[in-house]
Design a protein around this ligand. Sequence first.
Ligand SMILES: [Zn+2]
Length: 89
Amino acid sequence: MARVTKPTKTQDIQKKRVYTRKRVCRFCQDSNITIDYKNPKLLKYFITERGKIMPRRMTGTCANHQRKLKEAINMARHIALLPFTTLSR
Ligand SMILES: [Zn+2]
């Protein structure tokens, strides 16, 4: 009697699909979001926990908006809204 194989593999594939996001530029998609250096809550999403700016290939931001984002993050760092770096352990 042939046993029914457990559908673990297909479930794994489905899980992976859930986690891989569609890489669409957030700012192009939603025109209500404006890149503002006075809004660290938004900018924090685009920096790592070490304070580095996330690369475009991770966030999916388009080149035009990534450039504006970089400038906003640099300005926010200058007025101490965002960290340049965090202390190492
Ligand atoms: Zn964009």
